[in-house]
Design a protein around this ligand. Structure first.
Ligand code: ADP
Ligand code: MG
Length: 236
């Protein structure tokens, strides 16, 4: 029953929201821009606290946990990930300093980043950014995904990039999510509904409220559902 407002705003960004993330499930948050999806994830990460209502992990309030210990178990891939202007390897080591070369390749493989990295001049030693190689939006998201999963998080949050993704990266990220699901709890903020067709649970947000929730296929097959409408609009 979470309500949250940003300090300078009158209208609540989230209003009486109930979301359940079951361990091992793949949960999707969808809804128009400004509906509160990123805010909901920020609250689940403990970056902000609800104005009213509670966020519970196994029945215990999130704010009673040591945030560092929580963050060690969480992977987060933001919408527009920041990569350091250093090598791919260093970007991943930042996440897990003790990682070995094979752990790095393994994470890149799971994030479907392996193939393009192998084509780069210095593979994982390739330097990114201004003085190095410029990656596409989709390649950046896959490196950020590799960086998140190298720590083997218990729960992975992924805020899907809205526009910058090429069709190929879209498919590759979707494939990675499918590989990871079952091994870890996954929460995806999806803009392209094709990404979430295997979701166990979908929450449709609008204006800071949950307007609909349920299994993806069940909602999709219900012609009255909001999700069905959204899917039709995206021409799937
Ligand atoms: P979504 O991720 O679904 O696009 P957000 O969670 O980013 O939605 O935003 C929900 C509401 O909160 C919007 O009205 C947005 O303008 C507002 N909002 C988001 N971030 C901030 C912020 N840092 N400061 C003030 N208002 C914000
Ligand atoms: Mg957002």
């Amino acid at each position: 029953n979470v309500t949250f407002s940003y300090p300078e705003k009158k209208k609540a960004a989230l209003n009486g929201v109930n979301i359940i993330i079951e361990k091992g499930s793949f949960t999707a948050l969808v809804g128009p821009s400004g509906s509160g999806k990123t805010t909901a994830v920020d609250l689940m990460l403990g970056l902000f606290h609800p104005v009213s209502g509670k966020i519970l992990i196994d029945g215990i309030e999130l704010k009673k946990f040591n945030l560092n210990s929580i963050r060690k178990k969480v992977g987060y891939v933001p919408q527009d990930p920041l990569l350091f202007n250093s090598s791919i390897k260093e970007n991943l080591l930042w996440s897990l300093p003790e990682a070995k070369e094979e752990d790095i390749w393994d994470a890149c493989k799971k994030a479907n980043a392996e193939d393009f990295i192998k084509l780069l001049p210095e593979r994982i030693e390739t330097v990114l950014g201004d003085r190095g190689v410029r990656l596409s939006g989709g390649q950046r998201q896959r490196i950020a995904l590799a960086r998140a999963i190298i720590r083997k998080p218990d729960i992975l949050f992924l805020d899907e990039a809205t526009s910058s993704l090429d069709a190929e990266s879209e498919d590759l990220i979707q494939e990675s999510i499918n590989t990871l699901s079952g091994q870890t709890t996954i929460v995806v903020i999806a803009h392209r509904l094709s990404t979430i067709k295997n979701a166990d649970f979908v929450y449709v947000l609008d204006l800071g409220e949950v307007k609909e929730s349920g299994n993806y296929q069940k909602l999709k097959n219900n012609p009255q559902s909001l999700l069905n409408n959204m899917i039709e609009k995206q021409g799937m």
